[in-house]
Write a protein that binds this ligand. Structure first.
Ligand SMILES: *[C@@H]1O[C@H](CO)[C@@H](O)[C@H](O)[C@H]1NC(C)=O
Ligand SMILES: *[C@@H]1O[C@H](CO)[C@@H](O)[C@H](O)[C@H]1NC(C)=O
Length: 354
């Protein structure tokens, strides 16, 4: 078939014959290449996002094999840590310190710059007023790095040496499909090492904190809250049953057509006892990569009803090009500002600083 086709072209366009044959051959090779059955499942991060430099939001390829493994159960035994700053919430005398806020930052090995920006802004205690309610503490959660990336691991070791604020697991590779494991590691860590904190703030390393809004809205007079969670709630989202999507959830794990109400993970506040309870109930729910839905499912299993927050935001973006009244209004009500470009981290902090 190939021959007779090219012969016709020869006779029709003798002058272009060589180029045409080359083109046809390439075309056929391309067709054959595309039709080969390779694993094509693609993990895509669903969030609207234009910042392509960020790893977690890149389109990732994953093969069927890791797809299966990502639904393993979280093992019941303790996590192993490469780094564990166990004294974060304790004083030099090993006594519990008063901790008002613990920031639990979902980070990735490569995001050194963002961690730096966070250490200079909300994680820096000298940027907060002195509060009788206690101190501000921050830990960054990251997974294991590929054995080949020893330069990255060296850099992380250095950060740990200087700042002592990295919780790094040996139990899972740091990868978008393993985000759920990461947050569960964080919640477990809270339960063991910082249960006495007043509030835990789970936050993405791409989000920034609005100090003014945070201190205004967190009730400082109340004593300790129990089974408390505050964030932007999403309801009635359809479950993805397409295996090629990153947020696929097998029917065997969750049969209902719509997800339980869940809180958007860019940032939320919870009480440490709830963090611990989520970790404990997670032993009964096989892990899947859609972290926010997973935590939502844990909350449902714990019998915690979520209601939408009014007047305060944890996941509303602000624009940096045009700062009009509306943008200022949104910012003023945002406890957490999500998707902050790296270059705007400091600016966003200063906008909200007391
Ligand atoms: C925290 O803030 C203080 C005072 O502004 C500054 O001297 C210090 O270098 C900051 N720490 C970090 C880690 O940025
Ligand atoms: C996720 O973590 C598991 C171990 O818990 C690991 O086997 C797997 O390779 C990780 N996934 C990816 C894509 O790295």
């Amino acid at each position: 078939m190939l021959e007779s086709f090219s012969v016709r072209i020869f006779t029709m366009y003798p002058r272009y014959s060589v180029r045409f044959v080359a083109f046809i051959v390439l075309f056929i090779v391309a067709i054959i290449y595309m039709s080969i059955d390779r694993p094509t499942s693609c993990l895509t991060w669903n969030d609207v996002d234009t910042d392509r430099t960020h790893n977690r939001h890149r389109i990732r390829k994953m093969n069927g094999d890791s797809n299966i493994r990502s639904f393993e159960r979280i093992p019941g035994h303790d996590y192993g840590y490469i780094h564990n700053p166990r004294n974060t919430c304790r004083g030099d005398d090993d006594q519990q310190e008063l901790v008002f806020l613990l920031f639990l930052v979902m980070s990735t090995p490569q995001e050194t710059k963002r961690r730096e920006a966070i250490r200079a802004t909300y994680a820096n205690e000298s940027n907060w007023p002195i509060m009788k309610e206690g101190n501000i503490r921050t830990v960054f959660l990251i997974g294991d790095v590929d054995a080949h990336d020893y330069t990255i691991q060296d850099a992380i070791n250095g950060e740990m040496y200087y700042y002592g604020d990295i919780v790094q697991s040996t139990e899972f590779v740091d990868d978008p499909v393993n985000q759920t494991r990461k947050i569960l590691m964080g919640f477990r860590w809270v339960g063991v090492h910082c249960r006495h904190a007043r509030y835990v703030i789970k936050i993405d390393d791409r989000s920034m904190v609005n100090q003014r809004a945070l201190l205004k809205h967190l009730n400082r007079k109340n004593p300790f809250l129990h089974k408390f969670i505050l964030g932007d709630v999403v309801t009635k989202v359809r479950v993805t049953r397409d295996k090629r999507n990153w947020d696929y959830i097998p029917r065997e794990i969750y049969p209902n057509p719509t997800l339980p109400p869940y809180i958007i993970g860019t940032g939320y506040v919870l009480s440490p006892d709830l963090a611990q309870a989520i970790y404990q109930v997670s032993h009964r729910i096989p892990v899947f990569p859609n972290t926010d839905a997973y935590v939502g499912l844990c909350l449902q299993k714990l019998g915690i009803k979520l209601t939408k927050t009014v007047d305060i935001y944890f996941s509303k973006r602000i624009g940096y090009d045009y700062i009009g009244r509306e943008a200022i209004d949104i910012f003023d009500r945002s406890i957490v500002v999500p998707y902050v470009p790296e270059s705007k981290m400091y600016l966003t902090w200063r906008l909200g600083q007391l």
